[in-house]
Design a protein around this ligand. Structure first.
Ligand code: PLP
Length: 490
């Protein structure tokens, strides 16, 4: 086969300018920026060109004749097909990468799905504050520069009993900043049972090292006594630290020192004591059937000089790291130059203030903060929700006249979970929907649900696709039914 044949085929590829002119007349392209269309056009043509060159090379080796070769690419060089390819590529380019998903996993604080979702008040406040100027760092009364934290400091003190409070970007930042402020180049005493890894490579020993502190480990994995701390305190000790082991539990032959005991010891040595509470609930959730965990007020009352916790775990607000504690300690942290690098932004601050406000009325907080609402949802409520969703699903998949059974659907009493780094993986009884597809495998169903728009994330247990209604939001039942109707039949 001669080289001219190759040239003749290549020449048949439409030119960029010619295609762009054609594209201008296609309405589907009107909302796509020209820069994107151009890039997609070049990309599509490049792919065709390369496949032709490859085809020619292979043809040379295998002695394919010219006619066949040209024929092979006729489709690819066809104008309409190229334009369709460009359109689909351009759409993919401009599609949003951060998209809403439906959480049917039953994991309430799902780290991969964005942790806490905000209450309506917080959403409204973000819109209001982000869309205009605000007194973020302006004291209106005095007519001079104000403090960023004034929006949330008072209420945090009110809700936790602390003297002073501030907030940074996230709890990892809060821990880092506090350690750096209170113990740089000096020793921090921590129990070996509390040297945790939270996930996302947040490990207490690493954070400690990066914040410039020297880790002084005491005790053993399962047992640490007060005397272990006592004998570790020396001239270079700056801080006693307790870390809430929020994602695992040590059971059996165990001993740990309570914060009150530690606070007493710290006082005797005139040292501060800090607790990284991780999740940090502002209300006692054991009243609602969850495991008893210390609240932030408990830890403050027990004598912690500094407490750090997340804004978007049990608190149910935006991503933030809250630091509450003794006035002089918080003042010291506020004036650390690193605070600027970790500072909380105004959108977060607006959402945080709105969320915290709801805590002034516990019943309201439980009702309106989605994380709390989902966590405290009684089992009976999950039964009602599951029954409603199941009848919706049945009506869509049994609608057709044909006798083909697309899936066997039913109930199972399983467990929801609090989720990522809040409680030590605590399960909550929940009635779930089980779907056993008959025409496809459960894993294909899971994959298709996940790739649906919007993405629906469930889980598989015993070859059945599980939908936990605890974490579903309003209006999502309908989407799930529609998705199942489309997916199960094909
Ligand atoms: C989650 C957690 C952190 C990290 O908090 P982020 O808000 O994710 O930065 C730190 N310490 C503990 C104990 C945690 O549970």
């Amino acid at each position: 086969m001669d080289k001219n044949a190759l040239q003749r085929v290549l020449q048949k590829i439409p030119k960029v300018d010619y295609l762009l002119e054609k594209i201008e007349a296609v309405p589907d392209f009107s909302s796509i920026p020209i820069s994107v269309i151009k890039a997609s056009t070049r990309k599509s043509l490049e792919i065709i060109r390369n496949s032709i060159l490859k085809g020619w090379e292979d043809g040379q080796k295998n002695g394919v004749d010219l006619e066949l070769f040209a024929h092979q690419f006729r489709d690819e060089i066809g104008e309409d097909k190229i334009i369709q390819n460009i359109l689909s590529d351009a759409r993919k380019t401009i599609a949003q990468r951060l998209v809403p998903t439906i959480n049917a996993t039953g994991v309430v604080i799902h780290t991969n799905l964005g942790r806490s979702i905000l209450c309506q008040d917080a959403l409204d406040r973000i819109t209001q504050i982000a869309g205009g100027f605000s007194n973020l760092e302006f004291n209106i009364k005095m007519g001079k520069r104000g403090e960023r934290y004034s929006a949330i400091e008072e209420i945090l003190c009110e809700l936790t009993g602390a003297e002073s409070a501030m907030a940074v970007n996230n709890n990892a930042g809060a821990v880092f900043l506090s350690l750096n402020t209170l113990a740089k180049d000096r020793e921090v005493v921590v129990s070996r049972g509390e040297l945790v890894e939270i996930g996302g490579s947040f490990r207490i020993p690493d954070v400690m090292e990066k914040s410039g502190c020297k880790l002084k480990e005491v005790g053993t994995t399962n047992r640490t006594h007060l005397k272990d701390y006592q004998s570790a305190i020396g001239d270079n000790t700056a801080l006693l630290l307790k870390v809430h082991t929020s994602n695992y539990k040590i059971e059996g032959f165990t001993k740990s020192v309570t914060l009150s005991e530690l606070a007493l010891l710290a006082k005797q040595h005139q040292l501060p004591v800090m607790e990284d509470l991780g999740s940090g609930s502002l209300i006692d959730l054991s009243k609602y059937g969850l495991a008893a965990e210390p609240t932030v007020s408990d830890v403050v009352a027990a004598g912690a000089d500094v407490v750090t916790f997340s804004g978007d775990k049990l608190l149910g607000g935006p991503q933030a790291g809250l630091i509450v504690g003794r006035a002089d300690v918080i003042k010291q942290i506020k004036s650390n130059p690193l605070t600027r690098a970790l500072r909380i932004d105004k959108l977060t601050l607006a959402a945080l203030e709105a969320t915290l406000n709801l805590y002034r009325d516990e019943a309201k907080a439980i009702k309106e903060i989605p994380t709390l609402r989902m966590l405290t949802m009684p089992f009976d409520e999950t039964v009602k929700r599951a029954e409603k969703l199941l009848s919706g699903i049945k009506s869509v998949i049994e609608k057709e006249e044909s006798n083909i059974v697309k899936a066997v659907v039913g109930f199972a009493d399983l467990s929801s979970r609090t989720g990522g780094g809040s409680y030590p993986e605590y399960s909550i009884p929940s009635r779930c929907i089980t779907i056993e597809p008959k025409l496809i495998s459960a894993s294909l169903l899971e994959k298709r649900m996940r790739n649906y728009e919007p993405s629906i994330i469930g889980r598989i247990e015993n070859d059945r696709f599980i939908i936990d209604t605890r974490t579903l939001q309003s209006g999502e039942d309908e989407i799930i039914c529609k998705a199942l109707a489309e997916i199960l039949g094909t």
